[in-house]
Design a protein around this ligand. Structure first.
Ligand SMILES: Nc1ncnc2c1ncn2[C@@H]1O[C@H](COP(=O)(O)OP(=O)(O)O)[C@@H](O)[C@H]1O
Ligand SMILES: [Mg+2]
Length: 250
C-alpha cells in the first residue's frame, strides 16, 4: 500500500484536482484506491459528484474514533471516498487536537491495508489536520503551480517538512507535481527549470497543463476523464499516474 498526503499551504494550486484525477486514473487501471477529504471545505467530495454535506466522514473517525469502514462511500469502480464531514472544521479551527489525537488518523488507516493507494487531500493550512496527515503517511505529493510566488511558499513548506522529519525520526518520500502549467510562457519555463534544479529526482515527469476541461469538470461532479476524455488534462493525469507507478521523474 502506498499512502500519500497531498499538501501545499497555498490554496488553488491543484491539490484537490490532482487527488480526484490521479486517483481515478489509477482506479481505471485496476488499482484499489481510497481518497480522503481532509479539507473542511469538502471540495473533493463535490469534485467527484458526491453530496456528502450531511454524512459523517473523517471527522467522526478523528473525533469519535469511528471505523473508516463506517464512513466509506463508493465513488467509482475501485475508488472509495472518505468525506470530510461537517465537524472537521471545528477540529482545525480550535487546533483542539492533542498530539495523541493527531495519531488517530494513522491508526484508523491501518484498516485500509487492502488498498493499493490512499491519497489524503489536505487543507491549505499547516494546523492539526495536516499534522495528522503527516503522522499517517510515508509519501508526500506537493502540487506546485507554475508561477513565481510558488517557489517562495515551497521553501517554507520544505523547511516545515524537514523539521517534522527530524522530530519524528522518519523520512518522507517527497514528490513535486507541476500544475497549472503554460508551456509557452517564459515564467512557467523558469519555474519549471528551478524546480528541476532544486529538487532533482523529485519532480514527476509530467507537468499538468492549464486546461479548461480541468477547471470545468468539478462543477459537473466529474473527473476530467469522464468530462472530456480526449483533453490535455486527461492526457496529463493519465501520464502522471504512470510517473507515480514507475517513479518517473525529471
Ligand atoms: N491544470 C489546471 N487547469 C485548469 N484549472 C485548474 C487546473 N488545476 C486546478 N484547476 C482549477 O483551479 C481551482 C483550484 O484547484 P484545486 O485543485 O481546488 O486547488 P487546491 O485544492 O490546491 O486549493 C479549481 O477551480 C480547479 O478546477
Ligand atoms: Mg483543495
Amino acid at each position: 500500500m502506498r499512502l500519500f498526503a497531498v499538501i501545499n499551504q497555498k490554496g488553488g494550486v491543484g491539490k484537490t484536482t490532482t487527488v480526484a484525477n490521479l486517483a481515478y486514473a489509477l482506479a481505471e487501471r485496476g488499482k484499489q484506491v481510497t481518497v480522503i477529504d481532509l479539507d473542511p471545505q469538502g471540495s473533493l467530495s463535490a469534485s467527484l459528484g458526491i453530496d456528502a454535506r450531511n454524512v459523517a466522514g473523517i471527522d467522526d473517525v478523528l473525533i469519535n474514533e469511528s471505523e473508516i469502514s463506517d464512513v466509506l462511500v463508493m465513488a467509482r469502480e475501485n475508488l472509495y471516498l472518505v468525506p470530510a464531514g461537517k465537524n472537521l472544521r471545528q477540529l482545525e479551527q480550535h487546533s483542539a487536537g492533542s498530539a495523541a489525537q493527531a495519531k488517530n488518523l494513522k491508526a484508523a488507516l491501518k484498516s485500509l491495508d487492502d488498498q493499493d493507494f490512499i491519497f489524503i487531500d489536505c487543507p491549505p493550512a499547516s494546523g492539526f489536520l495536516v499534522i495528522s496527515a503527516l503522522f499517517a503517511v510515508e509519501e508526500i505529493l506537493i502540487p506546485v503551480a507554475s508561477e513565481y510566488l510558488s517557489l517562495h511558499g515551497l521553501s517554507h513548506l520544505m523547511g516545515t517538512l524537514n523539521m517534522f522529519e527530524q522530530s519524528l525520526g522518519k523520512t518522507f518520500k517527497q514528490w513535486v507535481v507541476i500544475t497549472r502549467f503554460h508551456p509557452r510562457r517564459k515564467l512557467a519555463q523558469d519555474v519549471y527549470q528551478s524546480l528541476v534544479e532544486h529538487f532533482p529526482k523529485q519532480v514527476l515527469s509530467t507537468p499538468i497543463r492549464e486546461t479548461s476541461a480541468l477547471a470545468e469538470s468539478p462543477s459537473f461532479g466529474k473527473t476530467v476523464f469522464e468530462y472530456r476524455g480526449g483533453s490535455n488534462g486527461a492526457e496529463d493525469y493519465f501520464s502522471l499516474a504512470t510517473d507515480l507507478l514507475k517513479g518517473r521523474t525529471l
